[in-house]
Design a protein around this ligand. Structure first.
Ligand code: SF4
Length: 704
């Protein structure tokens, strides 16, 4: 591509699910600069530290620039042929479920669509799952249980309109900084707005909160079932809404009443006074938004937590209204786009359900698919277990680094090492995962590729190339489509541009869609290259892509849901006490992010400026625990679990809850010796969503 040094290119930040618009410019000397896009409805010109430093992270140092086979440079023809022939042969010998794709919320929607189509429609297996399983699978499952669809009802605008924002397990100040800034700005204009933070730690987000509930790990189900019982007891229900627009309230209330206030206090570690003040505030504030992210999702009871929250909103009729609703915010830039194309092992394209025969028949017809998958595939944790025990014999990993980021990471690494055939498509030549690949395929990076992403409020935005593809790097969608053609599926993969893939994705969303499915962007089914190039951010179900500043679009304003009877479902939930610690592993490790790093630091690790904020891995420990274990501030400590150990610096702080530790997930052995935190975490998952419980790991600590 030719670079126009005078032109700013509108694109989208590749980090978190806020999905901020970015204006990128390449100067005549090749220097890249970025600034926030003032016209993008997610950020209106704001960028956080990570977004502002994007230009510092796009050099070619460490890039994978040519295909490689068994460590030697190869041409694309040979590499693609090896991938296609090995997958075809494995499928022929061992069946379609002997192969798998592990993909990523970093992929663009077009990449995701093609990979999902190949695996589910042409290979005939649903063994495609994504690192988004680690991020928001419990929200997806909770939405589907309550609404009959994976619909995020709310919008960012609701956060500015609310009179009460309840942030649950969400350190917005560091993990979704621009949303935090929007809330802070709204609160400055309306100081009467109240903010409650529910988090075991006193994070930076607590600075803006009127009330911080330092809840016990995984106490959220008890907190919100207790709230439902309170709403019932204090005449704070919207009885007409409950009767007309929902089902199952009676059973949900009965289940929620298992604990009295004293029981809830014990289960949550909060005082009855704290509970009473929070419950009363919620009960009397009509315009309430409850925001939740990884503290809710990354739990063995994540789906129940989501439904316990949604139950409270249904009981008060606070959903689908300006400034009111439950609101899941996603971690990754395109977790939502992945959901839209069905890029998870238990979903079908365009928000259709793989368990539904009519949906399967519809997708089969639309794709003219020779072998549509008949049942859900393996979710991420189970997928790597199947790699370990030999059921999966050929694995293709795209744009993610599971050797560092999956729970029980050493076991995952051993599984990948032993797998007969591993393909990795990545931008980097030597991540801990790429190292184990038999075939390495160079992918284009942010700034070099074209496509779309969907942010947490259902807003679809373009990522646009402003740099030429380096070396022989190619877009992920192109790589997958080429392999599909070589496997003999050319008829389904004739696309030659991302615009054509997007048009097909849009057409499928509208195919035989009589309004019974929430996701419908059929207005873009005929989109031409020029229109796609100019596509302005739009929030589905809004139809007009040019209406970037139109009022935000909420779901469920009419009280109709996507269940067979059109009513939302209450889910009966009982709080269950769970003890994971014992004498040997007596502390609970909570894992998470820091402000200026992202995932396994493959991008942010390149910016010295970003590393200035926090330069090394650490663990927060409460002063009483530090004293008990003989640990001083800044000591190097060993944290271990039955699966592995890390060495980190101790940060003694009363921000941490007694009995718990917090450590960030970013550092790998590339950046700090023995820094891989996921060597400690367990493969325990939520039984409904399959999401791992990354925030509740029994560990011990000792001075090194
Ligand atoms: Fe990027 Fe998220 Fe920061 Fe926005 S808030 S600039 S999307 S990292």
């Amino acid at each position: 591509m030719e670079i126009d040094a005078a032109r700013e290119v509108r694109t989208t930040c590749p980090y978190c699910g806020v999905g901020c618009g970015v204006l990128a410019k390449v100067a005549a000397d090749g220097q890249v600069s970025v600034r926030g896009d003032p016209d993008h409805p997610a950020n209106f010109g704001r960028l956080c530290s990570k977004g502002s430093a994007l230009a510092e992270t796009i050099d070619l140092d460490g890039r994978l620039l040519h295909p490689e086979i068994d460590g030697r440079r190869a041409g694309w023809d040979e590499a693609l042929d090896r991938v296609a022939s090995t997958f075809s042969q494995t499928i022929a010998e061992h069946g379609p479920d002997s192969v798998a794709f592990y993909v990523s919320g970093q992929l663009l929607t077009e990449d995701y669509y093609v990979a999902n189509k190949l695996m589910k429609g042409f290979v005939g297996s649903a063994n495609i799952d994504t690192n988004s399983r680690l991020c928001m699978a419990s929200s997806v499952a909770g939405h589907r249980r309550a609404f009959g669809s994976d619909t995020v009802p709310g919008t960012y605008e609701d956060l500015e309109l609310a009179d009460l924002i309840v942030l649950v397990g969400s350190n917005l100040a560091w993990c979704h900084p621009v949303l935090y800034q929007r809330i802070a700005a709204a609160r400055e204009k309306r100081p009467e707005m109240k903010i409650v933070l529910v988090d075991p730690r006193r994070t930076m987000t607590a600075d803006i909160a009127d009330m911080h509930l330092a809840i016990a790990p995984d106490g959220d189900v008890a907190l919100f079932t207790g709230l439902l019982a309170y709403l019932g007891q204090h005449n704070a229900l919207d009885r007409a809404y409950v009767t007309e627009r929902t089902t199952g309230f009676g059973q949900a209330l009965l289940a929620a009443s298992t604990l009295d206030l004293a029981g809830v206090a014990e289960a949550t570690g909060l005082s009855e006074d704290e509970l009473g003040r929070f419950y009363s505030l919620f009960a009397r504030t009509e315009k309430t938004v409850t925001v939740y992210s990884q503290g809710v999702n990354q739990s063995s009871s994540g789906t129940d937590k989501v439904n316990a929250i949604i139950n409270c909103h249904l009981a008060t009729g606070r959903i689908g209204k300006p400034g009111a609703g439950p609101f899941s915010v996603t971690g990754q830039p395109n977790a939502m786009g992945g959901r839209e194309v069905g890029g998870m092992a238990n979903m079908l394209a365009a928000h259709m359900e793989i368990e539904n025969p009519a949906h399967r028949a519809r997708v089969r017809r639309f794709w003219n698919a020779p072998a549509l998958a008949e049942q859900p595939g393996l979710k991420a944790v189970d997928m790597f277990k199947a790699v370990a025990d030999g059921r999966i014999k050929a694995l293709w990993i795209m744009a993610t680094n599971p050797v560092d980021s999956m729970p029980d990471a050493d076991a995952v690494e051993a599984a990948i090492k032993a797998c007969p055939f591993v393909v990795v498509s990545d931008v980097l030549a030597s991540t801990d995962t790429v190292r184990h690949a038999h075939v390495r395929l160079p992918a284009t990076a942010w700034g070099e590729k074209d496509g779309t992403v969907t942010n947490s409020e259902r807003r679809i935005s373009r990522q646009r190339a402003f740099l030429p593809a380096p070396g022989e790097a190619r877009p992920d969608w192109w790589i997958v489509a080429e392999v599909a053609r070589l496997m003999g599926f050319g008829q389904g993969f004739a696309h030659v541009t991302p615009a054509q893939i997007f048009a097909e994705h849009a057409a499928l969303s509208a195919y035989e869609n009589d309004g019974a499915r929430d996701f419908d962007i059929g207005a873009y089914a005929g989109i031409e290259a020029e229109e796609y190039d100019a596509l302005a951010p739009f929030q589905w179900p809004e139809k007009d892509g040019q209406a970037a500043r139109s009022p935000s679009t909420r779901f469920f304003a009419n009280g109709n849901f996507y269940t067979p009877d059109g009513k939302a479902r209450f889910i009966p939930i009982r709080p269950v006490a769970e003890t994971r610690t014992d004498e040997k592993f007596s502390l609970i490790l909570n894992t998470g992010r820091v402000r200026d790093h992202w995932h396994t630091m493959t991008r942010t690790g390149k910016s010295p400026r970003l590393s200035q904020h926090i330069a090394e891995p650490f663990a927060e420990i409460h002063p009483a625990d530090a004293q008990h274990f003989g640990i001083g501030d800044a000591d190097i400590v060993r944290i271990s679990s039955p699966r592995g150990e890390v060495l980190v610096r101790a940060l003694v702080t009363s921000r941490q809850r007694q009995g718990s530790l917090f450590a960030p997930m970013h550092w790998t052995d590339q950046f700090a010796a023995k820094g891989r935190l996921d060597a400690l975490t367990a493969s325990l998952t939520d039984p409904v969503s399959g999401q791992p419980a990354l925030k509740h790991v029994a560990v011990r600590i000792e001075r090194f």
